[in-house]
Design a protein around this ligand. Sequence first.
Ligand SMILES: Nc1ncnc2c1ncn2[C@@H]1O[C@H](COP(=O)(O)OP(=O)(O)O)[C@@H](O)[C@H]1O
Ligand code: SF4
Ligand SMILES: [Mg+2]
Length: 337
Amino acid sequence: MTQQEVILKVENLYKHFPIKKGIIFSKEVGRVHAVDGISFNIYDGETLGLVGESGCGKSTAGRTILQLHRPTSGSVWFQGEDLSKLRGEKLRIQRREMQMIFQDPYASLNPRMTVSQIISEPMEIHNLYAGQAQLRKARVAELLELVGLNPAFASRYPHEFSGGQRQRIGVARALALEPKLIVCDEPISALDVSIQAQVVNLLEDLQEELGLTYLFIAHDLSMVRHISDRVAVMYLGIIVELADRNALYKQPMHPYTKALLSAVPFPDPFVEETRKRIILEGDVPSPVNPPSGCRFRTRCSYAQPICTAEQPEFREVVSGHFVACHFAEQLQNDTPV
Ligand SMILES: Nc1ncnc2c1ncn2[C@@H]1O[C@H](COP(=O)(O)OP(=O)(O)O)[C@@H](O)[C@H]1O
Ligand code: SF4
Ligand SMILES: [Mg+2]
């Protein structure tokens, strides 16, 4: 990461989904606390990894940041504007600069559209090259080359491609409007292991060539290790730890991060032999009724009475290393809580 300019600032962002009962007189009987108060910055040109178990709110966070879901409360600052307050044309202009790549390259491409139609759809929506069919065609060819596909494929349909190639088409579509920020929502999880590295390498090359910034979502820490500059760990709607990649992998402070990391194989054979595996007991509680205080307390082997009574603040324990745990300092030094 060369620059430290903040490109996106997320402040106290919440997204709750109402649960309704009854068809005619439907009334709210509860809420899914999918994203429950998250705050962080993304720096220009960096890759921020966002990791957590399935259902912890990663996709909802990504979608709410891009305003594909409107936030329940909180702000998302991008280029000097609070996106949560923008509507209509003003929001559309900002949205051009932020795109998303989806997990499932099979489901996310319309099977009845050609590759050319898929990639030029965002240009159509934003009135780019309107009435200039030749220019639009040339741009599609350029984008296909950029993602390592033969421009002659433009007239083919998605089913004619492999999973890795389809994900490249998804990347080309995301790049069509020259965005600054891309939310990559588990872009490699559905691909064969042998193809995953190719797609990661492509995303890295594109980042360097085009100066892109990524929020890279994944469900385990091993997937984001290589690509991320910093990593945020999510649990049940909140971020429990965020740090520079090296600090997070070498000196995790939050018990949840420690447990997740203990399951990731380590490249050093000595460390691998001596490391202890922490087994997480119990299931993730329901996001409809998250536990009081620290929401990890029901599975945390360090939990104390204060953990039930008070929600730990997400605070900067050492420079650039944020943790939401009452005992972060003790856990950092491995002293008993
Ligand atoms: N559109 C929606 N309506 C209601 N609940 C939703 C919706 N989208 C997600 N959820 C719920 O929000 C929680 C977080 O989901 P999600 O953001 O998809 O998690 P992840 O991407 O980490 O797997 C889950 O409990 C999920 O069922
Ligand atoms: S605040 Fe308490 S329960 Fe939560 S992670 Fe820290 S020690 Fe565990
Ligand atoms: Mg998801």
